[in-house]
Design a protein around this ligand. Structure first.
Ligand SMILES: [Zn+2]
Length: 261
């Protein structure tokens, strides 16, 4: 191998959905996928490339990125929360990503917060993501927005909030409070040192975090919220992609050296 040679160590794909421990995408509602063997299909399409092809949940990978590269990397117990149309969590406890029995941990978007609330994509009512996901905001401001327009529409919400439009401020306060109630459930259960809000929660954070913290600290049994801080991700919309790279590096760190090619 020459000094300048580069070698691909692995390929990891982040998917917003349930990915089982074997890398099968069981359900990805936003993509309309069910039981898709994405890793197998990619390996075949790449003609057995000789490096690992992995598929993982986007929240898990973003949590790995925060744990490895983020400003809270010294926290052994952190939860990353995606702020997309779906809301999911990646959970790092005692320094390790915790996937659960079949790999489905962190589906906090379906914690029921308001039994009389709006219908969730899962078919139930008043789930966290139905009342505090990005869709809950856009249902009021841009109900016909397509997925490709989300970023622009969120920019518009930020602009209106900066202008002090009362209906937008009230909407964001409501979303922030629901988010805080959801995070209180997370903090009561897991006692994280930090909950990191990602995705579209980042630009909206100035109007969400204070209300969310008030609910969080008011609803956690442990004094001071058990030390849980609510922070905003600094890794941007590419956090899951960064975590996909981290996942490959983790396997190298743990001693699985790639074959020289
Ligand atoms: Zn739901």
């Amino acid at each position: 191998m020459t000094k300048e040679a580069r070698q691909v160590l692995g390929l990891t794909v982040a998917v917003p959905g349930l990915v089982d421990v074997n890398g099968i995408v069981r359900v990805a509602p936003n993509l309309g996928w069910r039981d898709a063997d994405l890793a197998g299909d990619l390996t075949k399409a790449l003609r057995d490339p000789g490096f690992p092809v992995l598929v993982d949940n986007d929240a898990n990978l973003a949590a790995l990125a925060e744990h490895r590269f983020g400003p809270h990397r010294n926290a052994a117990n952190l939860v990353y929360v995606t702020g997309e149309v779906g809301v999911g969590a990646g959970i790092v406890m005692d320094g390790r990503l915790r996937r659960g029995g079949q790999g489905y941990s962190g589906e906090i978007g379906h914690i029921e917060l308001d039994p009389a609330g709006p219908t969730c994509r899962c078919g139930r009512r008043g789930c966290l993501e139905a009342v505090a996901g990005i869709g809950a905001i856009l249902a009021h401001t841009a109900p016909d927005a397509s997925p490709s327009e989300l970023e622009l529409e969120i920019d518009e919400v930020v602009r209106r909030a900066r202008n002090g439009e009362q209906d937008i401020l009230a909407l964001l306060e409501d979303v922030g409070r629901h988010l805080g109630r959801g995070m209180a459930a997370v903090a009561n259960m897991l006692n994280p040192e930090v909950v990191i809000l990602g995705g579209y929660y980042v630009p909206l954070a100035p109007w969400l975090v204070a209300c969310a913290e008030e609910e969080l600290y008011g609803r956690v049994l442990a004094p001071g919220g058990g030390g849980c801080r609510l922070e905003v991700s600094t890794l941007g919309y590419g956090a899951a992609a960064l975590g996909a790279a981290a996942r490959v590096l983790d396997s190298v760190d743990s001693g699985r050296l790639p074959a020289q090619r």
